[in-house]
Design a protein around this ligand. Structure first.
Ligand SMILES: C[S@@+](CC[C@H](N)C(=O)[O-])C[C@H]1O[C@@H](n2cnc3c(N)ncnc32)[C@H](O)[C@@H]1O
Length: 229
């Protein structure tokens, strides 16, 4: 289930209920002793709910990632076979750039009859728009969501359509290059950035104010369409 982007009060009542009614709640982590971001959000919203960490390999070798998914799924399957109803928490929404579907696929591979449902979560870009008063789309405008994890090229391409709002995920380390594309296309002025929103070190505001250096991995840029003034 999605726990939202950071602020504990953006975790929905439905997600909270799903956590409380599950026999076990799993959360993604980088290491057994490292609290994951989704776990930290849930802990602040519901300190009474215990989270068991599943260690995932982020980035790097595909074989290593798959091995981590299979190992995590093995633990989930053991609990399901013991008759438990389990929940898995993830940052934002489970159906947008999340480890969730990798885990669900690995669980289904080991235990094909497992029913899987998702509980939506508030996505990071929704909170960035809300915090900055940014209208993402209106009328017939469109919305394009891109992952800039591999560089800013994908942003340049998306900006080609001036009637589309562009939401840029995973682009923190390419922020100066992204800002240069926004400037070149006349869209830097309206663009906003949220970094670690809802978390203690958050920064939110005009993208131009942060464009001189890379941002953290947890950074989202929202670029509204070009509109007549
Ligand atoms: C693995 S994706 C998770 C997306 C998430 N499932 C969602 O629905 O928003 C990670 C990316 O989400 C965005 N993100 C998630 N949480 C964020 C936060 N608290 N502040 C800013 N961006 C965030 C960033 O773009 C980050 O690189």
């Amino acid at each position: 289930m999605g726990v939202g982007p950071g602020a504990p009060d953006l975790l929905t009542l439905r997600a909270l209920e799903a956590c409380r009614s599950a026999a076990r709640v799993f959360g993604p982590a980088m290491a057994p002793d490292a609290e994951g971001r989704a776990e930290s959000i849930l802990r602040r919203a519901a300190p009474d709910v215990a989270v068991e960490r599943l260690v995932f390999a982020i980035g790097g070798d595909e074989a290593v990632r798959q091995e981590a998914h299979a190992r995590a799924a093995g633990r989930v399957v053991a609990c399901l076979d013991a008759g438990e109803r389990v929940a898995f928490i993830t940052l934002g929404d489970p159906n947008l750039y999340s480890t969730f579907h990798h885990l669900a696929a690995a669980v289904r591979q080991q235990r094909p009859e497992t029913p899987v449902t998702t509980v939506p979560g508030i996505m990071a870009f929704q909170d960035v728009a809300a915090r900055t008063g940014t209208i993402i789309t209106d009328g017939v405008e469109r919305l394009v969501v891109v992952s800039a994890v591999d560089g800013a090229g994908v942003v340049a391409e998306a900006l080609g359509d001036e009637t589309a709002a562009v939401v840029i995920y995973k682009g923190g380390r390419h922020l100066p290059e992204i800002a240069a594309h926004l400037e070149r296309t006349g869209r830097l002025a309206g663009a906003v950035l949220g970094e670690s929103i809802g978390l203690p070190d958050e920064r939110v505001g005009a993208a131009s104010a942060f464009a001189d250096r890379p941002a953290a991995y947890l950074a989202t840029v929202v670029v509204p369409p070009k509109r007549p003034v």
